[in-house]
Design a protein around this ligand. Structure first.
Ligand code: XIL
Length: 367
C-alpha cells in the first residue's frame, strides 16, 4: 500500500512521540498505566506540566557541583529549582559591601539551560545572616536607622541582580512564631512591624514582575499560626502592599500525623480568595530512624495530601520539595535521630512517596 505524504508524516511524527514516551502505542491504548497520553511512570515534570503546575526541588550547590547523578536528575525530574542556601544573605554578602553571587548564578544559569523556573529564597529571615550584621546590631555599632538602610540596600541589590530571571521570591521567611505572634527578631526589635510591608515594597521596586511571597512552616492547614498569616495578608493588601503569594513550606513528620487534602486545600483557598497565589515551597516528610515499610507508606501519604491540597486549590502554582534524595538532606543535621525525608533514597531509587506523587499528578491530568 502506498502512503500519502501526509500520512507518512503523521506516522513519522507518531513514532517520534512514541519513542519520546509522550503518547500511548495502540497496544497500550487501554492500558491502565497511562493517563491522557503520559505514562504514569513519567518524570514528575512531565506529569506536572499537564496540570500546569511547576514541580521543584531545593538544590544543594555543593552536591550540584560534585555529583553528576544528582545534577542530571534535577534536569529531568523538575521544572523549577530553589537554591537551598546560596541566595541567603549570609552566603551572598559574608563580607560587608562585597556581594558574591557566583554560586547562585551557576544554579540560575543551569536552570535556564534546562528550561526550569527559579524561586528566590530568601530576602528577610532571622537565620543565616552575615556575622558582620548580627554582631554589629548586637554591639550597637549598627543603629536601627542604619539597619533599615542596610536591609533596603540588601533587598534592592539582590532582587535587581536576578531581575527578570526568577518567577517567585520568598520576601519574608518565618516572620510569625509558633505562638502566632510576630517573631521576635532583630528586624522586629529594631525596625518595628512595618519592616514587612517595607520589604515587599522594596522588592517590588527592584523587580515589578516577580511574584512576592510570604513563606513559613506549619501553615499548610488552618491553625492559629496560619490564621495570623491570613490576618497579616489581609492587612498588607488593605494597605496596598505588593504581596502576591502565600507559601506553605510543608516540612512534615510521620510521627506527627498529617492534615487531610481537604484541610490543606481549604486553607490555600482562603488566601487565594484574598487575591493571592499559593505554593508549597519546601516539602519533605521526615521520620524517626530507622525507616520501615509502614513509615515509608505514611510518608507517601504526607506528600500526597500536600500535592492533592495544592491541586484542589485554584491558584497553587508551584510544589517544591526541599531536596529530592536522602543522600543530601538537611534533616539529619537539624532533627536528631530523624531522616529519610525525601522522595528518593540515598541511591536515587524511588520511594513510595515518589510513586504516590506520580499517581496523584496522573489522576489530576486525567481527561
Ligand atoms: C535549611 C537548609 O536546608 C540547610 O542546608 C541550612 O543549613 C539551614 O537552612 N526553612 C527554610 C530553609 O526556609 O531555608 C531551611 O533550609 C529549612 C527550613
Amino acid at each position: 500500500m502506498r502512503l500519502s505524504t501526509a500520512a507518512a508524516v503523521v506516522l513519522l511524527a507518531g513514532s517520534t512521540l512514541l519513542s519520546a514516551g509522550l503518547v500511548a502505542s495502540s497496544a497500550d491504548d487501554t492500558s491502565a498505566d497511562r493517563r491522557g497520553g503520559v505514562a504514569i511512570d513519567s518524570p514528575l515534570r512531565d506529569l506536572a506540566k499537564r496540570v500546569d503546575l511547576k514541580i521543584g526541588t531545593a538544590v544543594d550547590h555543593d552536591a550540584f557541583t560534585n555529583d553528576t547523578t544528582y545534577r542530571e536528575r534535577i534536569a529531568t525530574e523538575f521544572s523549577s529549582i530553589t537554591a537551598e542556601n546560596v541566595m541567603k544573605w549570609g552566603l551572598v554578602e559574608p563580607v560587608r559591601g562585597q556581594l558574591d553571587f557566583t554560586a547562585a548564578d551557576e544554579l540560575v544559569a543551569a536552570a535556564r539551560r534546562n528550561n526550569q523556573g527559579i524561586r528566590g529564597h530568601t530576602l528577610v529571615w532571622h537565620n543565616q545572616l552575615p556575622m558582620w550584621l548580627t554582631d554589629g546590631v548586637a554591639s550597637g555599632a549598627i543603629t536601627p536607622a542604619e539597619l533599615r538602610t542596610i536591609l533596603r540596600q540588601h533587598i534592592i541589590d539582590e532582587v535587581s541582580h536576578f531581575r527578570g530571571k526568577l518567577y517567585q521570591w520568598d520576601v519574608v521567611n518565618e516572620v510569625i512564631d509558633d505562638n502566632a505572634n510576630l517573631r521576635d527578631t532583630i528586624w522586629l526589635q529594631n525596625l518595628g512591624p512595618g519592616y514587612i510591608a517595607d520589604a515587599f515594597r522594596w522588592a517590588h521596586q527592584a523587580d515589578p514582575h516577580v511574584k512576592l511571597y510570604l513563606n513559613d512552616y506549619n501553615v499548610e492547614a488552618g491553625n492559629p499560626k496560619s490564621d495570623a498569616y491570613f490576618r497579616l495578608a489581609q492587612d498588607l493588601l488593605k494597605q496596598g502592599v505588593p504581596v502576591d503569594g502565600f507559601g506553605a513550606q510543608g516540612h512534615l513528620g510521620v510521627q506527627f500525623g498529617f492534615n487531610t487534602a481537604a484541610q490543606v486545600a481549604a486553607n490555600l483557598k482562603r488566601f487565594e480568595n484574598l487575591g493571592l497565589e499559593t505554593s508549597l515551597t519546601e516539602v519533605d516528610v521526615r521520620m524517626v530512624m530507622p525507616s520501615d515499610t509502614v513509615k515509608l507508606q505514611a510518608q507517601a501519604q504526607g506528600y500526597s495530601v500536600l500535592m492533592q491540597g495544592c491541586l484542589l486549590a485554584r491558584r497553587c502554582t508551584s510544589f517544591t520539595v526541599w531536596g529530592y534524595t536522602d543522600k543530601y538532606s538537611w534533616v539529619p543535621g537539624f532533627f536528631t535521630g530523624q531522616g529519610a525525608a525525601n522522595l528518593l533514597d540515598e541511591n536515587f531509587a524511588s520511594k513510595p512517596g515518589y510513586q504516590e506523587l506520580q499517581a496523584v499528578l496522573a489522576l489530576a491530568g486525567r481527561r
